[in-house]
Design a protein around this ligand. Structure first.
Ligand code: NAD
Length: 474
């Protein structure tokens, strides 16, 4: 683990295996930290706030963050290899993830001195100033689907605002975070500003979320654990931002530009083997073009190829055996219930049999009350649901517990605006889709998809607080 600028094993020497999703082999190990290491990391972060890191101004912090961005780009090949090995994702995807990691540090580095205070008119003889301050020690618990991107998304704005951070990567995917910590330190990040504690969720994660020494917690992951994290934060009256699951609809009207929409619709569910919170996992299609449009999607879907990172195909394996079983169960149950399979992708013949692969599957029409229509699968499974008209489309789109992302496809500008406004989601894409993309674009959930905003300049507000200074000068 990387704590206070030093490498530490777990106090009790315990480790966790690092398993390759592509072939199921254990190829490394990481320290299994727990409450003791979380104590050390929180103390190191607190010390950083009182030390050189805490004395830097926004311009100086920004300069360091931009240097980190440059250093990530300089190590992009190495980091991408590590990320692909750890997650099983295709090399092209891993390379893109590392570019996005760099981009987060560039974006927030250049923004670190741009969030200004305010002057507030008040009583005669008074000067009132609103200043922005860091929250203090911020905790960041991230999942395994985009380890490097998630790190950048949550840690970069926290550092930009002058917080000191403790990061708990997912137990399955710690490697890029550990290497990143070293690269960031070499690029000038003072010790204690970023601490990385590896370990299990119920040990290190729970200890961090409930630690009395933290001032904020950002959690990205499942709804079940998000609830636990929120409860732990509430006990210490600590603010939390939750980025949870999704069941994002692609709403396709009968005047859609099919040429443009079909590849994007397929990509939005196949990307990262569907292990994307913003995956477009429901395809809502107007009945009048249903067969034509879905036929085109099925054709493209059947061409999807799955393989190892080095094969660099459309998608890789699922993260771990539990996730593979979970996704396969959804597929088997939908088949058993008689939901038609419209197309299947193919697993490369020479992909290791011991890897965590599943066949991407397109189902439809899916009954509106089926699990596939309502629950997050977190795998390459797309559910097609026909709708009649605009009102029906909106009701269907809003008919799950989630509200993370949505897309509307139509050439009718008025309909685009009406539907986009009526859909409950943190982001709505119109005639395009951006699963996970856009460092600049504020992102987050409504309903059970979570609360708070990450990305864009809004993240800087989430990761700071205000102080009102009232000065009587007569
Ligand atoms: P998860 O909730 O199991 O784990 C996420 C993180 O929480 C990991 O670091 C884990 O170690 C930690 N954790 C586990 N138990 C904990 C506990 N008791 N206390 C504190 N921390 C604990 O999620 P996952 O399986 O890694 O990821 C899949 C889920 O994440 C999906 O539901 C997906 O939609 C969601 N997700 C959401 C977003 C988003 O931005 N909204 C992004 C990626 C993933």
């Amino acid at each position: 683990m990387y704590i206070g600028g030093r490498w530490l094993p777990a106090q009790d020497g315990r480790t966790l295996p690092v398993v390759s999703p592509a072939d199921g082999e254990t190829f490394d190990q990481v320290a299994r930290g727990g409450a003791h290491e979380v104590d050390l990391a929180v103390a190191a972060a607190r010390a950083a706030l009182a030390g050189p890191w805490g004395r830097l101004n926004g311009t100086e912090r920004g300069r360091i963050l931009m240097q980190i961005g440059q250093a990530v780009l300089a190590h992009a090949d190495e980091l991408a290899q590590l990320e692909a090995l750890d997650t099983g994702k295709p090399m092209t995807t891993a390379r893109n993830d590392i570019t996005v990691l760099a981009r987060y540090f560039e974006f927030y580095g250049s923004a670190a001195d741009k969030l200004h205070g305010e002057s507030i008119p008040f009583l005669a003889g008074h000067q009132v100033t609103l200043v922005r301050e860091p929250l203090g020690v911020t905790a960041h618990i991230i999942p395994w689907n985009y380890p490097a991107q998630m790190l950048g998304r949550t840690v970069a704005p926290a550092l930009a605002m002058g917080n000191a951070t403790v990061l708990k990567p997912a137990e399955d995917t710690c490697l890029s975070a550990l290497r990143f910590a070293e690269i960031a330190a070499a690029a000038g990040l003072p010790e204690g500003a970023l601490n990385v504690v590896t370990g299990l969720g119920e040990e290190a994660g729970a200890a961090l979320a409930g630690h009395p020494g933290i001032d904020f917690v950002s959690f990205t992951g499942s709804n079940e654990v998000g609830t636990l994290v929120q409860q732990a934060a509430a006990k210490n009256a600590v603010k939390c931002v939750l980025e949870l699951g999704g069941k994002s609809p692609q709403i396709v009207f009968d005047d859609v530009d099919m040429e443009r929409a079909v590849p994007i619709v397929v990509r939005a569910i196949v990307q990262n083997a569907g292990q994307t919170c913003t995956a477009g996992s429901r395809l809502l299609v107007q009945r009048s073009i249903h067969d034509r449009f879905v036929g085109r999607v099925a054709e493209a879907f059947a061409k999807v190829r799955v393989g190892t990172p080095a094969m660099d195909l459309d998608c890789g394996p699922l993260m771990n055996p539990a996730q593979q079983r979970r996704v396969q169960r959804y597929i088997d149950q939908a088949r058993a219930a008689g939901i038609p399979v419209l197309a299947e992708g193919q697993i490369a013949a020479d992909a290791p049999k011991t890897g965590h692969y599943v066949k991407p599957t397109l189902f439809g029409p899916v009954p509106r009350d089926a699990a596939l229509a309502r629950e997050e699968v977190f795998g390459p499974v797309l559910a097609v649901l026909p709708f009649d008209d605009e009102a029906d489309a909106i009701a269907l789109a809003n008919g799950t517990d989630y509200g993370l992302l949505a897309a509307v496809w139509t050439e009718n500008a008025g309909r685009l605006q009406r539907v986009a406004k009526a859909v409950k989601a943190g982001q709505v894409f119109m005639n395009c889709y951006g699963a996970g993309g856009g460092v600049e674009l504020p992102f987050g959930g409504t309903k059970r998809s979570g609360h708070g905003r990450e990305k864009g300049l809004l993240a800087l507000e989430e990761l700071s607080t205000t102080k009102t200074l009232v000065h009587f000068h007569g």
